[in-house]
Design a protein around this ligand. Structure first.
Ligand code: EPU
Length: 432
């Protein structure tokens, strides 16, 4: 087991290059399982969720390998299984996309109910409703979702809840369905558009991704091709918040600034300087004390729930009271107890957290409770007085490529150590 040891207080300065979007790449790799031919996929972040997925694909008779930095070559012409067991899928939420891809390709799928970060009940009723509307039967037994269809036929599907996963899964299942499928009240996240662009590049006929209504006209086959994954909106946001939290001056580059509007606006409200360029945003702080603000998470283009823990962490040292409302997940404040152990003053009542700004945080040993909470605790460590040790790094490794290396390049005093080591003092060599 490893831990991150952080000596707080360094202002982050310089340029950080953002990697490809993890949540887009996991869906695109699964979508590529429907392609009869070779796919060359660039800008894939090398994070553990992708490694798990590559293993799943190879175990099912497909072929997927990292051949160069950020490049995955895939060929799933030989895919010969429509079953994914609990052992293979329990680590990643994105394994739920196997349902749509395998159902679409083989007319049947047997997939264990997916795992991933735990922030409350994670239902799949909207995915199943979509599959049923396309003509599939489903059954859940012994933790496995079994899907089968003699034939998939396009239909109109209205989602009762705006769901990223259900939107992508229905898109996948309907790529080969006969006729027209219409997904109404679809999710609009940038990675929905990216997955649709990937599928279209390989021969699908999908229109409207990025709006409330997506129309998919069934095609006979997908062919191979090349594609590059979009930049990671959440990694970009994490670095923007880290820059603000440390009073730094950072150019967050290789990004799509329009994807960051909700965050740029909030940071500006707090008194953070924001300068937008074509493919970068400069985040800088001139005022010593940032102002409080209120945040409500919403599906895109609202404030992304995946940046809620990082933002709340920043608000914990702003002047005044902030209210953070989590509208997407039932239970995404589990990390707050850890933050309060560092001196934050946050109280949670259901989906609402009230943050009383405190003068500063103090370093402490803390444990990541999920992927984004892990990133938030690292940000807390960067701004705290003294040394913070962050445990449970497996969560951070799921979704951030070279996280501490990128932070170190910006001047952070952060290092990774074996968690068994008792010595948490920060040595000069650690910063290198
Ligand atoms: N929901 C239902 N029924 C469904 C599906 C979802 O009620 O059938 C509800 C959920 O309970 C939740 C809301 O709808 O309250 C949104 O869930 P959604 O399906 O959109 O989430 P997801 O597809 O499981 C993806 C991201 C998450 C991110 C959410 C929301 C991936 C692999 N995961 O999850 O990312 O929080 O969308 O934006 O894309 C992360 O990266 O840290 C992460 C958790």
């Amino acid at each position: 087991m490893e831990k991150m040891v952080i000596l707080g207080g360094a202002k982050l300065t310089g340029t950080v290059e953002i990697s490809g979007a993890k949540n887009s790449a996991v869906a695109i790799l699964v979508a590529a399982m429907m392609v009869n031919g070779k796919c060359h996929i660039e800008n894939v972040p090398h994070v553990s969720d992708i490694d798990v997925l590559i293993d799943i694909i190879n175990n099912m008779g497909g072929s997927a390998t990292f051949t160069a930095d950020g490049v995955v070559e895939m060929d799933c012409s030989g895919l010969n299984s429509c079953e994914a067991t609990y052992e293979t899928v329990e680590k990643i939420r994105a394994s739920s996309y196997l349902m749509g891809a395998l159902l679409g390709r083989f007319g049947q799928a047997r997939v264990a109910l997916p795992g991933g970060c735990d922030f409350g009940i994670r239902p799949i009723d909207q995915h199943l409703k979509g599959f049923k509307a396309l003509g599939a039967e489903w059954n859940i037994e012994h933790g496995m979702v079994e899907l089968s269809a003699d034939k998939l036929t396009g239909n109109n599907i209205y989602l009762d809840v705006i769901s990223v996963g259900a939107t992508i899964n229905i898109m996948l299942a309907s790529v080969f369905a006969e006729g027209l499928t219409v997904i109404d009240s679809a999710a609009k996240e940038p990675h929905i558009v990216d997955v649709a662009n990937f599928l279209n590049c390989m021969g699908a006929d999908i229109k409207g991704a990025g709006t409330d209504v997506i129309k998919i006209r069934g095609v006979k086959e997908l062919h191979g091709g090349s594609f590059s994954v979009i930049p990671d909106q959440i990694e970009a946001g994490t670095f923007m918040i880290a820059a603000a939290a440390t009073g730094g001056d950072v150019l967050v580059s290789s990004i799509i600034p329009e994807h960051m509007e909700f965050l740029s606006a909030k940071l500006e409200e707090m008194g953070v300087g924001i300068e937008k360029y074509d493919e970068a945003i400069r985040v800088f702080v001139e005022n010593e004390k940032l102002k409080s603000t209120n945040v409500k998470t919403q599906p895109h283009p609202g404030f992304a729930t995946d940046l809620q823990p990082q933002m709340l962490t920043l608000l914990s040292v702003a002047s005044g009271t902030s209210v953070v409302t989590e509208n997407v997940w039932d239970n995404r404040f589990k990390y707050v107890g850890e933050l309060n152990r560092m001196g934050a003053n946050v109280s949670v009542d259901g989906k609402v957290a009230t943050v009383e700004g405190c003068p500063y945080l103090t370093g402490a040993p803390v444990s990541a409770t999920d992927l984004r909470a892990g990133a938030a605790l690292v940000i807390a460590g960067l701004m705290a007085h003294g040394v913070t040790e962050v445990y449970n790094l497996k969560y951070i490794d799921r979704g951030y490529e070279n996280f501490e290396q990128k932070l170190r390049k910006l001047g952070a005093q952060i290092t990774r150590r074996s968690a068994e080591g008792q010595d948490s003092s920060f040595k000069e060599r650690d910063a290198r």
